[in-house]
Design a protein around this ligand. Structure first.
Ligand code: SF4
Length: 232
C-alpha cells in the first residue's frame, strides 16, 4: 500500500486541482482527491501561501509570470498551439518586469552558449553581466578532492567550480535577474543557496543529453531502459 503520509502529486490519478475531468467553467470538484493530496494533508499552508500573494510586489510578479505563460500559446482555429522557446520567454518576461540588467551564471563547459545568450540578450537591449564557474582559479584540492578525483588526471591542475563566488559576484553586480546556464548538479544547489537576487534557469547541465535531462526519461522505454532498474 502506497504511503499516504506525505504529498505525492506525481502519483495522483485524478489531478482534480487542475480540473481534469471536470466541467469547463466550473470550479473543480475535490471529492475524489487522494489521501496523499497536499490539499488534504496540509490545508493550512494554502492560506499562508495566498497571503503571500496579497503582498503587492509578489502579486504583481506572479501576475506577470502567468501573463507570460498565457502568451506562450496561441489559439488557432485548429486548436491551441505553443509558440515561444524559453529564451524568448526569458526576454519577454524580463521586459515585462522592467528588468534592465541580467546576470548569467554559467558553467565553463557552456562558455560558447553563454556567448550566444549574451549576444541575444544584448541585441534585445539588456546589459549582461556574466560569471563563469571557474572564476577565482582555486584548485580542487582546496575543497578536499584527491589526486584521483580530478577529471583530467592526478597530475593535472584542475580549477574547482565556485558557485558561491558566482552568486556573490552576481549579488554585487546590481542585476535585476540572475540566469543560471548549465551549472552542474550540486553546484547549482549552492548557487541557489547563496544567490540573493531573483533567479531563473535557462538550462541545466546534462553532458550526455544536450542539456535536456528529460530526454533520458523519454527514452526510458527504449535506449535508456536501464533507468527502470536501480541505478548503482
Ligand atoms: S494537489 Fe491533490 S488533486 Fe492535485 S495533483 Fe496533487 S494530489 Fe492530485
Amino acid at each position: 500500500m502506497a504511503d499516504t503520509s506525505y504529498p505525492r502529486c506525481a502519483r495522483c490519478p485524478v489531478k482534480s486541482c487542475e480540473n481534469q475531468g471536470g466541467k469547463p467553467g466550473e470550479p473543480p470538484s475535490l471529492e475524489k482527491i487522494p489521501a496523499f493530496c497536499p490539499m488534504k494533508l496540509l490545508p493550512d499552508v494554502y492560506e499562508l501561501a495566498m497571503a503571500e500573494y496579497d503582498k503587492p510586489e509578489v502579486k504583481e510578479f506572479a501576475r506577470l509570470a502567468s501573463l507570460q505563460e498565457f502568451q506562450c500559446y496561441e489559439r488557432l482555429p485548429e486548436g491551441l498551439r505553443t509558440k515561444l522557446p524559453r529564451v524568448e520567454e526569458l526576454i519577454q518576461f524580463a521586459r515585462k518586469c522592467g528588468f534592465k540588467r541580467l546576470g548569467i551564471a554559467h558553467c565553463g563547459g557552456l562558455a560558447y552558449e553563454a556567448g550566444l545568450l549574451t549576444d541575444v540578450l544584448e541585441k534585445n537591449g539588456f546589459e549582461v553581466v556574466s560569471v563563469m564557474c571557474k572564476t577565482g582559479a582555486v584548485p580542487k584540492e582546496r575543497i578536499g578532492l584527491g589526486a584521483n578525483e580530478k577529471i583530467a588526471g592526478p597530475d593535472a591542475w584542475e580549477t574547482m567550480c565556485n558557485p558561491i563566488v558566482q552568486a556573490m559576484i552576481i549579488n554585487r553586480s546590481n542585476v535585476d535577474l540572475a540566469v543560471m546556464l548549465g551549472l552542474c548538479i550540486g553546484h547549482d544547489t549552492l548557487f541557489i543557496r547563496y544567490c540573493k537576487v531573483p533567479l531563473t534557469v535557462l538550462a541545466v547541465k546534462d553532458r550526455v543529453m544536450g542539456h535536456n535531462p528529460l530526454a533520458a526519461l523519454y527514452l526510458g522505454q527504449t535506449y535508456y531502459s536501464r533507468l527502470r532498474n536501480k541505478i548503482e
